[in-house]
Design a protein around this ligand. Structure first.
Ligand SMILES: *Cc1c(COP(=O)(O)O)cnc(C)c1O
Length: 367
């Protein structure tokens, strides 16, 4: 059995440090908004090369609070990728705005900036590019469009912590950048957690108030905020795991390079395509083939775990039936949904495990 992802082994690799982190918090008697969070916010801002980082409860909240701080509300339109995890769209809906989808490049699966301008109207207020699967969107081009039309940019960096775009780190391009430390993300907590990074002091100040009931001084509420705090335990765990993110990333890239080499040139099989302006941190390694369902079934029978990221694009989800999109409206996103399959890739995966995955895929294609 080769699992798609082995979170247990990823975390057990650091069990002594994680247990010490737990004891530190337990013994501190202080469990919310304390030293661990403060430390993590500093550490993550430094890692991400931004002036500020603030911890929040999860990645979806990081997106919602970013849009709230930018004063995006009912009647506004926000440009989103047609190919993304639904959280990107949901954040827009939660502030009352309308998600306006833009198709990706088939090659990188990330939003195609040249299709953005035709979707901009007088109601457009922001763009949320997503750094999908570990690869950064074309942030330089997107920022140039945003500056020209005076739009805000919230980078959804839940999947690309540590990736580079023209030498600059993912999560440092947008006016606000949202990320997630959901356990399966490249930097994963042992529960839910998220953060916002930015160089904009005024926006960060607002979000600090918003995430904590709209209050700066306890029991005095300036605005109607929410409860979206990153707790001390998760912050302590993340302080441990952040130290290993650079070496984890290198390991993921090394494994991806082996797949690239060993699976190259198979007819009917598309491998992840990296644009030359950026690096990928391979949050997932996705293969694409019109025979997706058959190969997934075959790999399952062979004891190899796989996941589809994602089987239904947001515009065809029941949750978005009110927008009245039909099959065929966003054909590239739909083709990705029909053909994509994520194969096992995680730090700690052995060479023997990876060779078995490769061999089974080659066998499926009669090689
Ligand atoms: C995981 C993810 C989110 C949401 O993060 P949560 O912590 O699960 O709320 C948002 N956007 C993308 C692209 C994601 O992959």
């Amino acid at each position: 059995m080769i699992p798609y992802l082995d979170l247990k082994s990823i975390n057990l690799a650091h069990q002594d440090e994680l247990r010490t982190a737990f004891d530190t918090v337990l013994n501190s008697g202080w469990y919310i908004m304390g030293k661990q969070l403060e430390q993590f916010e500093q550490n993550y801002a430094k890692y991400n090369q931004t002036s500020y980082s603030i911890g929040v409860a999860n990645g979806l909240d990081a997106l919602i609070l970013s849009l709230k701080a930018l004063n995006i509300h009912e009647g506004d339109e926000v440009i989103v990728p047609s190919n993304t995890y639904i959280a990107t769209w949901l954040a827009v809906s939660y502030v009352g705005a309308i998600p306006v989808p833009v198709e990706p490049h088939w090659s990188t699966c990330n939003v195609n900036p040249s299709l953005i301008e035709s979707k901009i109207t007088s109601r457009t207020k922001a763009i949320i590019p997503v750094n999908l699967y570990g690869q950064v969107a074309e942030m330089d081009k997107i920022m140039a469009i945003a500056n020209h039309y005076k739009l805000s940019v919230v980078e959804d960096n839940a999947q690309a912590q540590g990736a580079l775009c023209n030498g600059k780190l993912a999560g440092s391009f947008g006016h606000l950048n949202a990320t997630s430390f959901y356990p399966g993300k490249n930097l994963g907590a042992l529960g839910d957690a998220g953060a916002i990074t930015s160089n904009d002091e005024a926006l960060i100040k607002q979000i600090k108030v918003l995430r904590n009931y709209g209050s700066q001084v306890k029991y005095y509420n300036e605005v109607k905020g929410v409860n979206s705090r990153l707790d001390e335990l998760q912050a302590a765990f993340l302080n441990v795991k952040l130290k290993y993110l650079p070496s984890d990333t290198e390991e993921r890239q090394r494994l991806a390079a082996i797949y690239d080499e060993q699976l190259a040139g198979i007819e009917g099989l598309t491998l992840p395509q990296n644009a030359d302006y950026c690096t990928s941190v391979y949050h997932i390694y996705q293969i694409r083939t019109p025979q997706r369902d058959a190969i997934q079934k075959y790999l399952t029978e062979q004891g190899i775990g796989t996941v589809i990221h994602y089987p239904v694009p947001p515009h065809l989800q029941n949750a978005y039936s009110e927008l009245n999109y039909q099959k065929g409206d966003f054909p590239i996103a739909e083709k990705i949904a029909n053909e994509t399959l994520s194969i096992p890739l995680y730090q700690g995966m052995t060479e023997a495990q990876q060779m078995q995955v490769i061999e089974k895929i080659r066998t499926f294609f009669n090689l």
